[in-house]
Structure formats: structure tokens, C-alpha cells
Design a protein around this ligand. Sequence first.
Ligand SMILES: [Zn+2]
Length: 372
Amino acid sequence: MMLDPLALTQALVAQKSINPPGDEAPIAQYLKGILEPAGFSCQVVTLGENRASLVARFGAGNKPALCLTGHMDTVPLGQAPWSRDPFGGQVEGDRLYGRGTSDMKGGLAVMVCSVVEAIKRHPQLELVLVITSDEEVGCQGAKLLWEQGHLDQKVGAILVCEPTGNLPDLGHKGSLWLEAICRGVTAHGSTPELGVNAVYLAAQKILVAKDLDLGPERHELYGRPTLNVGSFKGGLNINSVPDKASFTLDIRTLPSMSHQAVKDWVQQALGPEVELRWIIDAEAVEVDPKDPWIEECLGLLQARNQEPVPQRGGVYVTDASVLWRAYDRPPVMVLGPGDFSEAHKTDESCSVSKLYEAQEIYLEILERWARR
Ligand SMILES: [Zn+2]
């Protein structure tokens, strides 16, 4: 009997893994409990208190493996009240409700159900599943797996099961998040001439950041780089001259942009009086649309949908930012059953029929991988 993607998604949604704190370890153990009896060799990698990632391998290791990847953590529930139980896995019509249904316990469940079925049909498959913790705050779980030497095998392609509504994204942009800190000298609010106001300095620098020109380059898959000042903090109380203010920069980069070079360039534009700190550094993933595996996947999707599949890349970041580099830059396709527009929302949901459709797509991709 085939494992059921809906039932498994509901089981994963019921296991709370809001990051922070994450608490992914019980889910890693739970998935090991499915994959190990099926024939996978599983390694649960502990990454902190009640936190773990799971690397599951299948095959003799003679040929490059297909890597399938997904993360177990979810974002918090947010301020607004939910109208359904976020951990209840309630189904209404074609919608399954709960935190992580779209991003991305649905994708994770379909991935596990599909590989367990595929290795029965094609025992010659070579697979590695990288099931991560701590993705939502900058791919930290994947980075630790790489640093600790767990991403060491030969991988021929990466399928990222993040939410795309079952349409393919060929790689994605990078995310560079920086904090800019401005310092001044505090004084009593009645004698501002005795101090240096850090909020004024930060306000000037924010306007410099707003007008930074990231260049005219437009990538055929990823479009243009973007920059946004997302938050500002400054001052302690109304009657003091503030001696510290800071703001954050969210820069979405193209594959051609080195994050160190971008940071150096921002530093130069803002001047030496601004201290720049890294928050998130996840570089872009570049994919050649003419790669044979990509062409094969696009071909099978085109045949299924009976219409041309748009060639596009993602504007978001996934763990592939780390995995692509660790595995020596194989082709990367992001395709999963969740809806990207549902990710991180109140009353998050996913389409039940898309779970089953994704399972059919994954099984076709796995069948073709087995024939290599
Ligand atoms: Zn995600």
C-alpha cells in the first residue's frame, strides 16, 4: 500500500515546529521511523537542544544521486487569530489548513511518500534526502550539515520541494540581509547641541540606501536585483539625544553578484561612520535551462499540463543556496505542491489535489532518474 501524502502532511502539521525555537528533532525521528524500515540509511544530525536534521541515503553510491530536499521548521503563527486550529490538519473541500501545510510540510510529506514508493519500483535508484532544520532564519541547518561534512556524496541534481503550485522554478535569487548601525553621543534632550544625534545620521543614510543603484543587469530567469530598507530602530526615550540607531537592508541578488563585494560596495556608499553587520548571507542558485535533466523535467511537465511550462527562476531563497554549493553546482529545480502565496500567512492552507498531483510528478521524475 502507498503511503498517503494527505495523512502524512496532517501528521507533520500536528507536530509543532515553529522557529524559533524549532523543535524539529521529534519530526526528524518520526521520518526516520518511516524511511529506515523502507530501506534508507538514516542519519539524524543533532544541531542543538531538541533540534536535528535528517540525511537519508538509498543506493550503492556507484552513480550520482538525485537529492530531494525540504525543511521541517515553520514560521510563527503571527499576531492575528487563526479561524482554524493551526495544528489540526482540518480539510474543507480541496483545502488542508494548518501552519506549514504549504511551507512546506505538504512538500516534505509528498517527497517521503514518493521516494518510499519509487525505491520499491526501481531498486537501482540512487537517492539522498536532505531534511533540514532551521531553514526559515537563513538556511542555518543546511549550513551546519555542510560544515560538519554530511553533504559529501556525489549528487547529479537537486529537487527542492518548496511551494511553487507544482510549477518549476529553475534556481533562485540570493538574499543578503545587513544591519546598518549608526552611533552618536548622548546628551539631555534640552541640550541637543551637546550631543550627536544618531537618528539624524541614520535617517540620512537610509535615504542614501534608498537610492543605491544595483545596476542595469537583468537576468533572463531572475530579473533584476532589488533592495529594501525593512526596519528601523533608534533612540531610547523622548528627552535624550539618541546615541544609537540602526536599520536593516534586504538585498535580493543575482548569481553574478558576490555578497562580499555587494557588502563592500554598500559600506563604501554609506561611509565609514556606519557599521555593517551580516544577518543573512544566502547566495543565488544559477541553473542552465538547457541542462539535460532540466529539459527532461520541463518536457514531462509540459506533457502532463499539455501546455508550455514558463521558464522562470525563484525570487525567494531555499536551502539549495547551501546544497548547490556543497554538491558542486548540479542543476536545481524547485517544485512543490504548496502555494507560495499561502506561505507565512494566517490560516495557511494547501490544495489537497496538488499533494497528489505532486506525488505523480515526483514519481515520474524518480522513474526517469532510475533509467539513467
Ligand atoms: Zn519554505
